[in-house]
Ligand binder design. Structure first.
Ligand code: NDP
Length: 450
């Protein structure tokens, strides 16, 4: 092979788009990574010779299957299930399961690719994967969700295992769905093992896992602010979403002295100019986790405004935490945030900002924490749940919160190491991409062409 065989970003993306047509989210995720990695490996022959980036963007395997179940009226229903096993160079496949009406393979490919770099950033031995189904648990009864989860696991169980692939929750998959799937795996294999993370505390779950993604995201923001001589004290914050990540992001912001102004769901957002207190957040947890209601009910309960069909990014605030879904911050939203004086963004959701929006944040040199760094706390504590399951013991809440704090600080430090620009600005996107890539790339080079 000639030493000078190189590939420009355009050439690389042309090939990727040809191989993955009609998959804009996967293309977007790869483009954002390749733009940082290709210049970085330009003088690193071993990575180019091993075609690491090309291999990293091709999943080890994609499993697609039908999930058949019976609804409460006795009708047979069928959905499509998936598992994308992206890369297991540094550890067994690991990544969440998403149940969402509009879920496509495109979304799962982007998530599995991002997961691979994120898991690497945590420093724990976990490869990358993602899975799910185009199933909407929100308009189903508990019994229907149970039957769906059991049927989903009948097929998925053939492809996972505590040393093979360890799923977890994501959008639409919370404690209820995890419990049903774990129990079904146990029945099929007659084996009690750490095959899924996010389990209930009484059957192998880890303390702090529920809180970890949100808390971790806020810890990362705290480190970014600290690096710039600032803190949360008195700062206003926009949070989108009202699910797992949003709830615990809001909780930790409040605990650290910040003021949370908004929460949202797919029907719109609420603006509470007085700030969402811990008591009001308890109401949201009950509303969303127990009663499975809509965020609009918060507006009636606390006499604040609900903006139907809108996102919170027009409200002036210093900090922004997108915690709902991908591409929820458009270029226009990013511009508005900057105009309104936003100084920092930490992404709780996966890829919540469109590429042009990210470019604007970085171009304006505001603090911008990409999802693969900012929301890695969830999978990090999942990794610690795996460790506890293997050791057949459990750590205390304090021990785990300390572990989480240290892991997030470590990820921040890696981003600073690889992301600091000549003028001192820290490009966290570049730092996270390079640091996440390096560990996987070294393993792939060492193991030869597999
Ligand atoms: P949940 O299902 O608990 O909550 C999702 C929230 O986002 C809900 O409020 C939901 O509203 C809202 N939402 C979903 N889709 C849309 C949409 N298209 N437009 C507007 N709002 C939407 O999920 P999580 O909190 O677990 O996940 C949120 C994000 O965080 C996802 O990107 C996920 O991949 C990411 N993440 C989650 C981790 C975890 O540990 N849970 C770990 C790392 C990343 P509604 O109820 O109306 O649907």
């Amino acid at each position: 092979m000639k030493e000078n065989r190189r590939c420009s970003l355009n050439q690389f993306m042309e090939g990727l788009i040809r191989r993955n047509p009609h998959e804009p989210e996967f293309q977007q995720a790869v483009d954002e990574v390749a733009a940082d990695i290709l210049p970085f490996i330009d003088d690193k022959y071993e990575y180019r010779k091993a075609m690491v980036l090309e291999r990293l963007t091709e999943a080890d395997r994609v499993i697609v299957f039908r999930v058949t179940w019976v609804d409460d009226e006795g009708y047979v229903r069928a959905n499509r299930g998936y598992r994308v096993q992206q890369n297991n160079s540094i550890g067994p496949y690991k990544g969440g399961i998403r149940f969402h009406r509009n879920l496509t393979l495109d979304t799962l490919k982007f998530l599995a690719f991002e997961q691979t770099l994120k898991n690497s950033l945590t420093g724990l031995p976990m490869g990358g994967a993602k899975g799910g189904a185009n199933f909407n648990p929100k308009d189903k009864s508990d019994d229907e969700v149970l039957r769906f989860c059991q049927s989903f696991m009948i097929e998925l169980s053939r492809h996972i295992g505590p040393n093979v692939d360890i799923p977890a929750g994501d959008i639409g998959v919370g404690a209820r769905e995890i419990s049903y799937m774990f129990a079904q795996y146990k029945r099929i294999n007659n084996e009690f093992s750490g095959v899924i993370t996010g389990k209930g505390i009484s059957f192998g779950g880890s303390m702090i896992r529920t809180e970890a993604t949100g808390y971790g995201c806020v810890y990362f923001m705290e480190d970014m602010l600290k690096e710039n001589g600032s803190s949360f004290e008195g700062k206003t914050a926009l949070v989108s979403g009202a699910g797992n990540v949003a709830q615990f992001t809001a909780e930790k912001i409040i605990e650290l002295g910040g003021k949370v102004l908004t929460l949202s769901d797919s029907s719109g957002f609420i603006h509470d100019s007085e700030g969402i207190t811990k008591e009001k957040l308890d109401y949201v947890k009950d509303l969303k986790n127990v009663r499975r209601g809509r965020i609009a009910e918060y507006a009636d309960e606390f006499d604040v405004t609900f903006y139907e069909g809108k996102k919170p990014w027009d409200i002036p605030a210093e900090l922004a935490f997108p915690c709902a879904t991908q591409n929820e911050i458009s270029a226009g939203d990013a511009r508005k945030l900057i105009e309104n004086g936003c100084i920092a963004v930490a992404e709780g959701a996966n890829m919540p900002t469109v590429k042009e929006g990210v470019d604007l944040f970085i171009g304006e040199k505001i603090l911008y924490a990409p999802s693969k760094a900012a929301n890695a706390g969830g999978v990090a504590v999942s990794g610690l749940e795996m460790t506890q399951n293997s050791m057949r013991m459990s750590w205390s809440r304090e021990e785990l919160d300390n572990h989480l704090r240290v892991i997030m600080r470590d990820i921040h430090a890696k981003c600073v190491d690889y992301g600091r620009e000549k003028d001192g600005y820290i490009n966290y996107r570049k730092g996270a991409n390079i640091a996440g890539f390096l560990k996987v790339a070294d393993a792939m080079v060492a193991c030869g062409p597999t």
